[in-house]
Design a protein around this ligand. Sequence first.
Ligand SMILES: O=C(O)CNC(=O)c1n[nH]c2ccccc2c1=O
Ligand SMILES: [Fe+2]
Length: 221
Amino acid sequence: QLTIPPPDDSWLEQMKVQVVYDMNSFGVCVVDNFLGSDRSNEIYAEVVRLYRQRSLFQRGQVVNEAGSGGVMVRGDHIAWLEGTEPYCNNIRFLIRSLDSIVARCVAHTNSAGEMGLYRITQRTKAMLACYPGGGSRYVKHVDNPNFDGRKITCIYYVNKDWNGERDGGLLRIFPENHRNHVASVEPILDRLVMFWSDRRNPHEVLPAQKMRFAITVWYLD
Ligand SMILES: O=C(O)CNC(=O)c1n[nH]c2ccccc2c1=O
Ligand SMILES: [Fe+2]
């Protein structure tokens, strides 16, 4: 696979403006057609290929502690990716793009002081999560309720032909400071969602009726 050129500068600038505005106004930002159909289809192929190498995936916690018959708390399988794995050039491009955008947002806000005033200096690896379908879901939670350093949650969806009516699996966010706006987000291919990882954004994954892939990166201060 040929090496992929870095993300285009003017595109990064455009993304920065939207992300800074949305994160400051709503604490949530949704970007559709983030990387375009060619790149997103390449990422889909890389994700499916990775998933077939089941060795990478660990099972998420499958039932809560309620003993037998506990509710399926998280049916997800997860794999942590550097992005440097073989045959993952397009996933690496996604991660580089996210890194560049977040870095520009932080730089931008240092001058204008708009963004969350976070000195984002690092991130987690990319977490590839797969909800296996069959009603697997993730109950309402806060990613970072107790100041573990995570500031921004970035989720990139990798699902072809997703239909929320039929397949479920919606991300629902209940922004604390905008109680009358519940965001319901279909996990469609090439959609990016970003939100503050702390208590401002409780969220859940509704039961998914078919295989549901997402790549998540958390940015830390
Ligand atoms: O996929 C989504 O739309 C939202 N997904 C989540 O909120 C979410 N949040 N925290 C996690 C921690 C470990 C493993 C998976 C997850 C996870 O899917
Ligand atoms: Fe979450």
